[in-house]
Design a protein around this ligand. Structure first.
Ligand SMILES: C[S@@+](CC[C@H](N)C(=O)[O-])C[C@H]1O[C@@H](n2cnc3c(N)ncnc32)[C@H](O)[C@@H]1O
Length: 316
């Protein structure tokens, strides 16, 4: 059997084109979107994730008051970001997306090991550890400054920060950067010990100083981006990293048999709620890293659905 490089439902294959046609048919798309949402919430709650409860608690809290301090009024949102995403009309730029992000992330981790009877807490822990383990073996040895780009509500940021804080014998300073001030507000609300610096900004144009980080991560971010933006982020990461520092990304693995064999309902739902999906599945990430000046250190299937890729900034 030959190894498939990507799923048939992505890119230019007939199956992909057929699904795209369905998605472009507005009445069908509207129904699909609503169904996707209902299936997602029902399945999550059946698995013990308190989806609606979390939403209501955030809604009733003072989180909305954090918006101002997490908004850079000079920032211009790029057009690729101002499109419907994950069944939200305003994409990541709304409270619904931010209040549901945590539950949606827990549900995503459960889908990685569908054959095992894991709790959502264990699945989330496994998801993060599988990435940290790759970093431990192939990432930078000394880590003082970390940037988690596309941090969303901070789940990836807290996990990464705590991991390095427990393995390094000095203080670790971590910054979480995101384009959504709504996501950042939830992240800041969750940061009761004020461990992280939260920054509203574009990963491709951060405004942060040259050579100021040992590690930059992009966790489940680039499948949501057009390839030319990912390329620009790699160039920016090259500028931000110290020599010997690493850019590490974890995301859907196009070669994963689990992803390639997703049932039609699931891949159609995925495609219908993620506008840059086709672009991602046909993008040569390793070549893009090299083009930006990185040494490609490693690509590995870090769990059954995701791959971790590490690029290192050459010394001197
Ligand atoms: C799927 S979420 C990331 C999840 C998070 N890293 C985790 O592992 O739990 C993708 C995030 O990337 C952010 N994002 C998308 N494009 C971005 C960009 N160009 N610069 C900064 N953040 C971006 C979105 O706002 C969203 O919060």
């Amino acid at each position: 059997m030959t190894l498939k490089l990507k799923p048939d439902w992505a890119g230019e294959d007939w199956l992909s084109k057929l699904v795209n046609l369905l998605i472009q048919t507005k009445p069908i798309y509207t129904i699909m979107k609503q169904q996707a949402r209902q299936v997602l919430i029902k399945t999550a709650e059946k698995n013990g994730i308190p989806w609606r409860q979390t939403y209501q608690a955030l809604e009733a809290s003072d989180t909305k008051a954090y918006l101002g301090r997490n908004t850079d009024p000079t920032l211009v949102y790029p057009s690729y970001y101002q499109v419907p995403f994950h069944a939200y009309e305003q994409g990541n730029l709304c409270w619904s997306a931010a209040f549901e992000a945590e539950s949606a992330t827990y549900a995503m981790a459960l889908r990685v090991w569908p054959q095992e009877d894991l709790t959502w807490e264990t699945a989330q822990q496994r998801l993060r550890s599988s990435f940290h383990n790759v970093l431990a073996n192939y990432g930078p040895t000394e880590v003082k400054n970390i940037l988690d780009a596309g941090c969303s509500v901070g789940l990836s940021t807290f996990a990464l920060h705590h991991y390095y804080q427990s393995t390094q014998d000095h203080l670790v300073h971590t910054t979480g950067l995101d384009l959504s001030p709504y996501m950042l507000s939830v992240a800041q609300k969750r940061d009761v010990n004020r461990e992280i610096t939260w920054k509203h900004g574009k990963a491709e144009e951060t405004g942060l100083p040259n050579c100021s980080f040992d590690l930059i991560t992009l966790q489940f971010v680039i499948h949501e981006l057009p390839r030319e933006i990912t390329q620009q982020i790699f160039v920016e990461a090259m500028r931000l990293l110290r020599p010997g520092g690493c850019l590490a990304l974890v995301d859907n693995n196009p070669k994963s048999p689990v992803i390639q064999n997703l049932p039609p309902v699931l891949f159609t739902l995925m495609k219908s709620t993620e506008p840059w999906s086709d672009d991602y599945y046909t993008f040569d990430v390793e070549s893009a890293l090299k083009t930006a000046g990185f040494e490609h250190t490693l690509t590995t299937a870090s769990d059954p659905r995701h791959r971790t890729i590490i690029g290192t900034k050459p010394q001197g």
